[in-house]
Every structure is written in structure tokens, then in C-alpha cells.
Design a protein around this ligand. Structure first.
Ligand code: FAD
Length: 315
């Protein structure tokens, strides 16, 4: 189907995330690891600018199948799931980096990790004009909160700790850009190459950003000791209380805990400390254990997202 002639679906105010056809308008090589894709499309002026760590989904084309043929109605998911494996576009999760409704475009920063997996392979080969489908929060939604933003700190926080690997860097940037000027704390980001710091946004004055470089070492090698050091600086003295944590088998389940209620509101209204940790599951599991079990941080003040696992494709 020609995208120019395709009738745009009518959007329901009851549905928070909807699929939209998007075309690559520009590609910027930001650093050795990061490519920034500017996406445009007839509906992209309606992408909600929620920022922070707003996640969304990308459906990548499979060879020989036209992505523009995919159903774009609000209830697309069942139709996508029912497609034959050979033509069903694989879906991966990314972070909305910057939204420009006036230009009907938004950016996504994709970390390259070789010709492995549909997302990284697509990012290596993509050209201006290539098409994908994005499932994004849209401005026509009538609810208060689209979901998919896991930076949900208590209204009053003294110090923040923000940490992750390169897959979390776009979200860390979104958080740093939207923090208020009086925010205090430390952000630690582990990247493969020192030049990847170019993809990071500037923080408010009271938040120190530490970029740690792991080179060819395993993910988490530099992140873990750096976050331990940052936590020691931000938390007053040794912990007096420790909490038992249930063990999560990161090869079988998902290590993802965001302390909010059913409406997405934080469980605490005030806390001396709030942590947000995202990236490969093994280091995130270790950092969660360190903060909650060894340092006695209230788990209601810590968001953990161990969302990718070495050796395992996103499901
Ligand atoms: C909420 C959320 C937000 C995210 N935001 C971003 C973002 O803005 N930018 C971004 O680049 N990523 C982001 N990610 C991570 C991204 O979704 C994963 O890296 C995803 O697995 C990449 O898909 P793929 O098709 O390339 O590889 P997959 O098919 O999922 O995996 C294939 C193989 O590659 C490995 N692999 C996957 N990712 C990496 C990696 N980064 N480095 C090394 N090996 C890897 C897997 O372990 C597996 O062995 C986000 C993930 C979540 C859940």
C-alpha cells in the first residue's frame, strides 16, 4: 500500500499507545556506539512529549514484507501476534529521545552492538526513507498518564542516583534534561567508548555526571564499582537496617521493579534518596542487592530495570 494514500486510523482517547508508520528522515552518527535516527510521519506530530525515560516500541521490517502493510489501528496487537513468523516484524523497546511535534518528528538513539538482533542490524543498515512502525504514547489519549515512564520519584527527594549502561543512556539524558534546577545527586553511565559521552545531555548544576568506559570488558565491569562509590557518597554513613530480597532468576524472569501504585504514582511522597537503575540484568541485580540489602535503602525509593540479558533476545 502506498503510504501517501493510506487513510490514517481514527484514534481512541481510551488507548494510550498506538502504532504509527514512521520514516527515517535523518541519521546522525553521534559516537562509535550511538546512531540517532530522526523519524517522521503523517501522525508523528501527535507523539506525546512525556520525556524522562518514556519507552516505546519499534517494529522492524523483515526482508520481503512491506512494513506499511501492517495494521495500524489501535487494536493492532492481536493482528500482529497472529501473523506468520516469516512476516511478523520483530518488536523491540527503545526510549523517546526528543520530540518535535511542530516538525512531526522525534529522535531515537540506538546503541549498536553488531549485526546481531533485528534492531542493531537495522540500525547499521538503515537509510533515509526506510520505514518502520513505532508504537508510541499519543496526545489524543484522555488519561493522565500514558505509562512507560519509570522515573517516578517521590515529590520531595533530597538526592538522586541515576545509573545504567549504554542502553539506558538515552533515558538518562531524558531524565537529566527534565530534572528541576534544584535537583542534587550523581548519574553514572557505563559506555563501551569514551566518545559515547557525546550522546549524553547536560545535567542541572547540582547533578554530577560520571561516564565510565568499559572498553572490551563485560557490561557492568565499571558500572558496579562506580555506583557503589556514588551510593557511598550520597547515603549518610553505613546502613543500620538491611532488607532481605527475594532472589530473581534473571535467566528465567524479568528483574523490573518500579515502586508505584496502580495509577503509576510513587509509593512515597518524600524520601531522602531515590535511585533509578537500568540496563543489563546481572549488574542491575547486583546494584539492587547492594542498595537494598547492604545499604538499607527503602525499596520503595528504588526503581530497578534489568531489561536486557546478555545472550538472550528481547521477547
Ligand atoms: C525500557 C527500555 C528502553 C530501552 N531504550 C533503549 C534505547 O533508547 N537505546 C538502545 O540502544 N537500547 C535501548 N533498550 C535496549 C534494547 O531494547 C535492547 O538492547 C534490545 O535487545 C536490542 O534489540 P536487538 O534486536 O538489537 O537484539 P536482540 O535480538 O534483542 O538480542 C540479540 C542478542 O544481542 C544481545 N544484545 C541486545 N542488546 C545488546 C546491547 N545493547 N549490547 C550488547 N548485546 C546486546 C542480546 O543479549 C542477544 O544475545 C531499551 C530497553 C528497554 C526495555
Amino acid at each position: 500500500m502506498n503510504t501517501q494514500t493510506r487513510t490514517l486510523p481514527k484514534r481512541s482517547p481510551d488507548v494510550a499507545f498506538v502504532p504509527m508508520l514512521a520514516e527515517v528522515a535523518r541519521i546522525e552518527v553521534v559516537s562509535p556506539t550511538f546512531r540517532r535516527f530522526t523519524l517522521t510521519g503523517p501522525e508523528l506530530h501527535t507523539v506525546a512529549d512525556n520525556r524522562f525515560d518514556q519507552r516505546f516500541k519499534i517494529l522492524f521490517p523483515v526482508p520481503g514484507a512491506d512494513i506499511a502493510e501492517l495494521p495500524l489501528e489501535d487494536d493492532w496487537y492481536g493482528a500482529w501476534r497472529d501473523l506468520d513468523n516469516a512476516v511478523r516484524p520483530p518488536m523491540r523497546t527503545y526510549t523517546v529521545r526528543e520530540v518535535r511535534p511542530e516538525a512531526s518528528e522525534f529522535d531515537v538513539d540506538i546503541a549498536l552492538h553488531g549485526r546481531i538482533g533485528p534492531a542493531s542490524t537495522w540500525a547499521l543498515d538503515a537509510r533515509v526513507g526506510d520505514r518502520i512502525v513505532v508504537c508510541v504514547p499519543h496526545t489524543g489519549y484522555a488519561g493522565d498518564f500514558h505509562g512507560g515512564v519509570d522515573w517516578r520519584p517521590p515529590a520531595e527527594v533530597d538526592r538522586v542516583l541515576i545509573a545504567g549502561d549504554e542502553t539506558a543512556l538515552p533515558a538518562v539524558s531524558g531524565i537529566l534534561e527534565r530534572l528541576t534546577d534544584d535537583a542534587r545527586g550523581i548519574a553514572v553511565v557505563e559506555v563501551p567508548d569514551a566518545r559515547d559521552a557525546a550522546a549524553l545531555a547536560l545535567p542541572p548544576r547540582g547533578v554530577e555526571v560520571r561516564v565510565v568506559v568499559r572498553g572490551d570488558a563485560a557490561v557492568g565491569t565499571e558500572l558496579i564499582p562506580s555506583v557503589h562509590a556514588a551510593a557511598a557518597e550520597l547515603l549518610d554513613g553505613p546502613s543500620t537496617t538491611t532488607a532481605e530480597l527475594e532472589d530473581v532468576d534473571i535467566d528465567a524472569g524479568l528483574l523490573w521493579e518500579v515502586p508505584t501504585d496502580a495509577q503509576g504514582d510513587p509509593l512515597l511522597t518524600r524520601a531522602p534518596f531515590y535511585a533509578w537503575l537500568a540496563g543489563e540484568a546481572q549488574p542491575i541485580k547486583e546494584l539492587r542487592r547492594h542498595l537494598v540489602s547492604e545499604r538499607g535503602v527503602d525499596r520503595k525509593a528504588v526503581a530497578f530495570m534489568g531489561y536486557w540479558r546478555r545472550g538472550r533476545a528481547e521477547m
